[in-house]
Ligand binder design. Structure first.
Ligand SMILES: NC(=O)c1ccc[n+]([C@@H]2O[C@H](COP(=O)([O-])OP(=O)(O)OC[C@H]3O[C@@H](n4cnc5c(N)ncnc54)[C@H](OP(=O)(O)O)[C@@H]3O)[C@@H](O)[C@H]2O)c1
Length: 329
């Protein structure tokens, strides 16, 4: 089979379309003929050598895919050869075949193409596990999503609106903020020109955010705690603004606030807090929102995986709204 491999850590030009041995499914896994994969910011970090795959995972890039089941490993009884699925992966999506635990499969939702379904597993699992399973967002609350125009942001807006919440977003351009509004965002803040604490307080009569979904880490920690409402919950999922900062515990205490930070890729396959648990919850709660059209995959563009280097350049360009999908067929 062919896969995108990395010759050495570096820029997009280290990505090569190469012939490699195909994986075989272990017990409890299935082998997929991959139709498409979707890009994540983590792929860029892995390409640069800053985000090694967890032990036992494929060293091929790709944290999600869609495809058709080609083979069942021992003990897999819930799925059949020929089923069209999408999957959360620990790696290996930029390849024509991938082996994945059956507990990380979801059916292609009705109304979504096999190719576009590749854009759903990583964002759906990240948003649901953080915003709902961890921070327990309710329909009468305010969610602040940083990076509303990103893959995570575009999905988070739709899910939170489907839950009935008020959604505020930050983004770096008026054009992206306008598109966030089209997806349902109620309050839009240009992080290059406005202070999100001031703007969100103004828009919510001083209330602030009950939940903040943060991609920036250290750079925004102080202001994220500032903007939290009483009993608010900050969930950090990205460290685009650095990893270390001081936390004002007096402010946390006065607000009865919580801070969580979670990573999806390193979760165990099964058991407590596992990928299986998250995938199961996404199937039960998010898939019905997709099936009835309240949540759609937001795909900026689709290109062949053999052009992964060009796709990585595009992701770095800040022009992207939503996800970039790479086809493997
Ligand atoms: N913990 C986990 O399990 C997990 C899982 C998936 C993703 N993530 C992380 O979540 C983050 C978003 O992922 P993604 O796939 O959505 O990436 P993405 O599509 O590349 O989006 C990145 C976003 O960051 C925004 N951004 C850049 N500088 C900003 C700033 N100063 N303030 C607010 N937003 C800013 C960008 O907004 P503009 O384009 O408008 O500038 C863009 O929307 C990444 O850090 C990723 O590593 C974590």
């Amino acid at each position: 089979m062919y896969a995108i491999t990395i010759t050495e850590p570096g820029g997009p030009d280290v990505l090569r379309w190469t012939e490699v041995p195909a994986p075989t499914p272990a017990a409890g896994e299935v082998l997929l003929d991959v139709a498409a994969t979707a890009m994540n910011r983590a792929d860029v970090q892995q390409r640069q050598g800053n985000y090694p795959p967890p032990p036992g995972a494929s060293d091929v890039l790709g944290l999600e895919c869609s495809g058709v089941i080609a083979e069942l490993g021992d003990g897999v009884t819930d799925w059949h050869v020929g089923d069209e699925v999408c999957a959360l992966l620990a790696g290996g999506g930029y390849a024509q075949r991938v082996a994945v635990p059956a507990t990380q499969l979801l059916p292609v939702p009705s109304g979504v193409s096999l190719i576009d379904a590749a854009a759903l597993p990583e964002v759906a699992c990240t948003v649901w596990s953080n915003v709902v399973m961890t921070a327990r967002l309710r329909g009468d609350e305010v969610l602040l999503v940083h990076g509303g125009g990103g893959g995570i942001g575009t999905h988070a807006i739709q899910v939170a609106k489907a839950l009935g919440a008020t959604v505020a977003v930050t983004a770096g351009s008026a054009a992206k903020l306008e598109r966030c509004r089209e997806l349902g965002a109620d309050i839009t803040i240009n992080y290059r020109e406005q202070d999100f604490v001031e703007e969100l307080r103004k828009a919510t009569d001083g209330h602030g955010a009950d939940v903040v979904l943060d991609n920036m880490g250290a750079k925004y920690l102080e202001r994220n705690v500032d903007v939290l409402a009483k009993d608010g919950h900050l969930v950090v999922i990205g460290l685009q603004g650095g990893r270390k900062a001081e936390l004002d515990l007096a402010q946390m205490l006065a607000k009865r606030a919580s801070v969580s930070a979670t990573g999806l890729r390193g979760r165990p396959v099964t058991g407590p807090a596992s990928k299986a648990e998250v995938v199961q919850a996404v199937g039960a709660h998010v898939w019905p929102m997709v099936a009835d059209g309240r949540v759609r995959p937001v795909v900026h563009t689709t290109m062949p995986a053999s052009e992964a280097a060009r796709a990585h350049e595009l992701l770095d360009s800040a022009d992207v709204f939503g996800k970039i999908v790479l086809t493997l067929r």
